[in-house]
Design a protein around this ligand. Structure first.
Ligand code: IPM
Ligand code: MG
Length: 375
């Protein structure tokens, strides 16, 4: 029996291409694993009315960890149109499978390392090393949303906050509400993850990304929790940055930041910004990590126009696979994959289209496999 059971979820668009590339690299480091395919994505929404079929949830439950490719995120209306005719009009609502998996498997910490590889032509600056800790089970992604707002909900809010009356003059269907709901437990566990990472990796600071001067209740809860947890880590400095100002500072002085911690939506935004600092989505990898299970993925979307063309940069997925085996405890093969990617980038022979070259997805994977022999 193999040492690990890995759920293998290619998903939509270029997901298959980049996952095949990652598999070459995992095979090259001789990972002792059995791979269990899981159906996920648009095809299953269209045919079955569920982008994350029950059989896939079963595969996840029976595995140690998952590697996930990419997924389309259509709007409610677009998704409804794509349903097979026999499924139309049944009130089926599309929810993003990655968001569903994060919530149902309690994968609360989305970890996004943004480290520049030397000589990457896409680097904004050399020597950037920022890791984003994004909370992914609550916040604005809780799915508590209304349009129109039911009358009883409106009345209750108005009873507790007269600012609600400002919206009474608008017709019901013209007012929408999305709730940013956060818990002390949710804040605490993501902040603790960020500090534990900083401690284990000798990072000098942790920055809370919030807007607590405006979002006083949720942001205030996050800030209070940050202050309390920070006292447990006296050797690590901490500060709070407003999300808007931080977008400017990160472009100006990225080397001043080491670990960022944020709630769901702010973490989503800031992690794309950090990804672009170090080469964009072709390099951005994520781990959605809980206390018992984890799903690793490239941060990029499905790039549908390149699907099946063997064209996109697979390094983000190869790095996600590297994070996955590191999480499994395979430290040395993980280190070697990172080193091999660094060699390939620095040698400048293999360059995918995002990097200004014409190396294909599979050739880039082969280049990493070749470099593995030298690290
Ligand atoms: C991400 C993505 C997802 C998110 C989408 C695909 C639902 O943008 O992982 O950053 O918003 O979390
Ligand atoms: Mg995102």
């Amino acid at each position: 029996m193999a040492k690990y059971r890995i759920a293998w979820l290619p998903g939509d668009g270029v997901g298959v291409d980049v996952m095949n590339a990652a598999r070459k690299v995992l095979d090259a480091v001789k990972l002792d694993a059995e791979y269990l395919h899981g159906d996920i994505g648009c095809e299953f929404w269209c045919k079955e009315g569920n982008p994350l079929p029950e059989r896939t949830v079963k595969v996840l439950n029976e595995s140690d960890v998952a590697l996930f490719g990419t997924i389309t995120s259509p709007s409610k209306e677009e998704a409804a149109k794509e349903l097979a005719p026999e499924l139309q009009g049944k009130g089926l609502i599309y929810s993003s499978p990655i968001v569903t998996m994060r919530q149902s498997f309690d994968l609360y910490a989305c970890v996004r390392p943004c480290r520049s590889f030397a000589k990457n032509p896409l680097n904004c600056r050399e020597n950037i090393d920022i890791t984003v800790f994004r909370e992914t089970t609550e916040g604005l992604y809780s799915g508590i949303e209304f349009c129109p707002i039911p009358e009883d909900v409106r009345v209750v809010i108005e009873k507790h906050n007269t600012k609600m009356t400002r919206f009474n003059k608008f017709p019901a269907g013209e007012v929408a509400l999305s709730a940013r709901i956060m818990t002390q437990t949710g804040c605490e566990r993501i902040i603790r993850k960020a500090f534990e990472f900083a401690k284990a990796n000798n990072k000098p600071s942790v920055t809370l990304v919030e807007k607590s001067n405006m979002l006083r209740e949720t942001g205030g809860l996050m800030l209070r929790t940050m202050k309390r947890i920070a006292t447990e880590y006296p050797d690590i400095s901490w500060n709070e940055a407003n999300i808007d100002a931080l977008c400017m500072w990160l472009l100006k002085n990225p080397e001043r930041y080491h670990v960022l911690v944020a709630e769901n939506m702010f973490g989503d935004i800031i992690s794309d910004l950090c990804a672009q600092l170090v080469g964009g989505l072709g390099f951005a990898c994520s781990g959605n990590i809980g206390d018992r299970y984890a799903i690793f993925e490239p941060t990029h979307g499905p790039a549908l126009k390149y699907a099946g063309q063997n064209k996109v940069n697979p390094l983000a997925t190869i790095l996600a696979a590297m994070m996955m085996i590191d999480w499994l405890g395979e430290k040395e093969p993980a280190r070697r994959i990172h080193a091999a990617v660094a060699v390939v980038v620095a040698e400048a022979k293999a360059r995918t289209s995002d990097m200004g070259g014409s190396t294909t997805t599979s050739d880039m994977a082969d280049a990493v496999v070749e470099a593995l022999k030298r690290v």
